[in-house]
Structure formats: C-alpha cells, structure tokens
Design a protein around this ligand. Structure first.
Ligand code: SF4
Length: 444
C-alpha cells in the first residue's frame, strides 16, 4: 500500500461545514415549547440521575416562565461548568435516560439543550451571577486547571478564600480546552466559560507550573492552608507492541488536542485510518478524522458493542459519520513498510471458560496509513512523591465521600480519583471538596 498522509484532504469550507455544531442551539420559541413538555415531576428522576444534583424541573420551569437568568442561576449554582455539560454530558445515559417523557412514541425532554440555552444567555450577555463572600484570610492551592480544579477554585473563591491555581499547560481548562471533540465545543466556548469562572475574582492562575517539577506537594502544604489535587490523567496507556512509535501512529488524546488548538487544514490525515479502543475518546477521534477527510475509518475494540465505554448514542454518531466499528479483536502486530505504518494485524478475541478475554489464534490484517491509540489513560502518581504522599488505591488517589485524601490538609477529585471519567463528575468532585475544605479552613 502506498503511503498517503496529506494535510488539507478537504478544502477549508468543507472542513468547516463538517465541524459545524452537533446540535444547533434552541431558539427562544423552541426552548419555551420544549420546556412546556416537562411534567415537573415531584420526585424528578432526572435530578436524581444528575451527578451535580441540578434541580432540573426547577430550571425548566423558569425557562417556561421566561426567567432564563434564573434558570441559569439554578444550573450554575450546582454546576459552574453547566454550559459545557449542556453540550457534552452523556445525557442519554443520565438525566434524559430516566425522563418520564421518554416512551416508545415520545423522546425525552431535551434537558441538555435547555441547559445550554439558559447558560448561553448569561455567558453571551456576561451576566455575573456569583459574588465572593467577605475574605476569610485563608489560602488554598489547587493543582490542575481542569473541570475539577476550576470547580473547586470557583467555590473556594466564592466562599471568601484566596486561591492559587497551578496549571502545567499555558492555559487552564484541562480536558475542556484540550480534550473534547472540536465539533462538540465550537469556537472559544470553553475559553469563554473559563473566563466567566475566573471573573468571580480571588483566583490567581499560575500557568506553566508542573507538580513534581516546578514545585512539590510538601511546599504547597507548607505555604497554603489547604490543597486540592486535580491532576487528571497525566499518562497514556501503551499497546505494548513493537513499532508503536512508527510514523503514522499517534496517541488519540494528543491528536484531539491538536484538533482543538491548530488550524484544521494543516493536520495530517490518512486515507485508511484505524482507531484502537472503545471509549468516548476512540469515538471522538474516529468521527473527527472522518470529518477531516479520511476515506475509511475503522474502530477496533477487543470486546462487544455492549461492553464499550462509549455510549450507544456515541456509537450511533460514529456510525452515521461513516465509521466502521469492528469488535472482538485486539491488535497483534503493527506492520511497517519503509519505516512507515503499513497495516495492523489483529487477533480475534474470545472469553475462556473463566470468562477471561483471550486471543482465539485467528488473525486478520487491516491496511492502514494512520493509527490512533485510544486505549485509556492513567494517573502517573510520581509527581506526588515526597516524604508524605496521599494514599493511592487501584491506580487512583484514594478519597472519602468528601474527596478528602489520607493527608489531613489535602483533597483530590476528577480523573485522578475513582469514579466515572466525565466532566460533570469532575465538577461535582471539585464542588464537594471545596465544601469540605471550607469547613476545614473555617473550623480547622
Ligand atoms: Fe421534566 Fe422529564 Fe425531569 Fe420529569 S423527568 S421533571 S418530565 S425533565
């Protein structure tokens, strides 16, 4: 197979069309009509299913009565990144999944889109809904400017504490700025939300500062009254195969970051592209490279469709964008030609008598000029090394129900702790941690 990786496989207008909004924003009329479909359930299963406990019928009722600012207040008081979550939350598995309007004949209330409608209103009109409490005189450090760190920093600042947020990159946002599919978070949407969060004041951002390199946990514990760690996933899992670093093979998270930050028409795009993995990152990568003009995109996952980390809705998005999903196969060899990626050999998988996944011995080869690995990320805990470190359990920082670590003055949340790796759960972790930290800061 000839190697044909090319930039600008499509013209810029076509790329721009492909990267237009997944859901066009609701108009005022649509929002009012949709909110009228809500039954304002007393026991609100949608709120029960929301990881950040948003009073969903409460905000929908406000939209129905024309109080859009009030609706945004209800949302953002519980989830300061409610605008992002309105765009990217897997609502089909959370609030909309349990909406009582969802029947064979009817679709659920589009809660995510209504949430976005309300929060767009305050972000676009820059209506600041939050003020700081009188200064407490206490200082907190937050490590990591992703959703967990930003949520924690915002709540601490609101409660009157002075916050310093350390971020290793040159701007905060974490996964929201660098890791979400570009067609889900268009333009400067993520940056605008972060600016709104920081607008509350009392949050000093230190960018380009990496834990374990530029500063140590022990220093933070000495210089601040309390510390929050929101490191996220700072390491990428490897396939463990020869030629993994060959030309044409990429980590999906690195490439998704390029898509978010670079001119789309300058990115290398293969003709025959393989994505290895079955989570939302694999889907985001597959859909985005197809939208950039790859001819064939095949996602290969070692288990069945129902075991994929990606939701059924995400799988449908991939398939409607022309991505072929192959299951029950794992990569066996990466084949090269003239030091470039040429193909990937896979082995079919099966479950043995104990239910363990094993290779069946039967193999097949898929030609490829571009390969993306999306087999998960992990916490590299070495930056936390020092005399006293928070306890690690199953590869994540161990926390209690208040997001408190094993150290008395250190809390943690987001992907570096156990739980679902979602923006919405990270925001909730940061919020819970800030509430507990506030208690500690005020009463010791
Ligand atoms: Fe409204 Fe559906 Fe929630 Fe009931 S479950 S309150 S109908 S959004």
């Amino acid at each position: 197979m000839s190697i044909d990786i090319r930039c600008a496989r499509l013209d810029p207008e076509e790329i721009s069309r492909n990267y237009s909004e997944l859901h066009t924003p609701l108009t005022e009329l649509q929002a009012i009509q949709e909110s009228a479909r809500c039954l304002f359930c007393h026991d609100a299963p949608c709120t029960e299913a929301c990881p950040t406990d948003i009073d969903i019928p409460g905000f929908i009722r406000k939209i129905a009565s024309g109080n859009v600012k009030g609706a945004a207040n209800t949302i953002l008081s519980e989830n300061i990144m409610g605008n992002t979550c309105g765009n990217v939350c897997p609502v089909e598995e959370l609030c909309e999944q349990v909406c009582v309007k969802k029947t064979a004949e009817e679709k659920p209330v589009v809660i995510g889109q209504l949430q976005r409608y309300a929060t767009d209103h305050v972000l676009e009109n820059w209506i600041q809904l939050f003020q700081r409490a009188p200064q407490s005189g206490k200082k907190a450090a937050v490590v990591g400017g992703g959703p967990a760190g930003l949520s924690c920093a915002h709540r601490l600042a609101m409660l009157g504490h002075e916050v310093t947020l350390y971020e290793s990159r040159d701007k905060p946002g974490g996964l929201n700025e660098y890791g979400l599919a570009a067609y889900k978070m268009l333009d400067d949407r993520a940056a605008r939300e972060i600016a709104y969060i920081l607008d509350i004041g009392g949050i000093n951002i230190m960018t380009g500062k990496t834990l374990g390199k530029d500063f140590e946990l022990a220093e933070l514990r000495r210089d601040y009254d309390a510390v929050f760690i929101g490191l996220g996933h700072n390491a990428v899992n490897a396939l463990g195969l020869e030629n993994e670093a060959v030309d044409g093979a990429h980590n999906a998270v690195d490439f998704i970051e390029l898509i978010r930050q670079e001119d789309l028409s300058t990115l290398p795009v293969g003709r025959q592209v393989i994505i290895i993995g079955g989570g939302n990152t694999a889907i985001d990568m597959a859909v985005q490279i197809k939208k950039l003009g790859a001819e064939s995109v095949t996602m290969v996952y070692r288990r069945g469709l129902d075991e994929m980390g990606a939701t059924e809705y995400e799988q449908q998005v991939a398939q409607t964008n022309g991505v072929l999903i192959r299951t029950h196969a794992k990569p066996h060899r990466i084949l090269t030609l003239d030091d470039q990626l040429n193909a990937v050999e896979f082995e079919y998988t099966q479950n043995d008598a104990d239910g363990r996944l094993t290779g069946s011995g039967e193999k097949f080869v898929l030609p490829a000029d571009q390969l993306f690995k999306a087999i998960g990320q992990a916490l590299d805990a070495t930056p936390l090394d020092g005399e006293e470190t928070p306890e690690i359990s199953h590869g994540r920082i161990k926390v209690d129900e208040s997001q408190h670590t094993s150290l008395p003055d250190v809390w943690a949340g987001g992907d570096c702790t156990a739980g679902k790796d979602l923006t919405v759960t990270a925001v909730q972790d940061g919020k819970i941690a800030a509430t507990s930290m506030n208690e500690y800061l005020n009463h010791g």
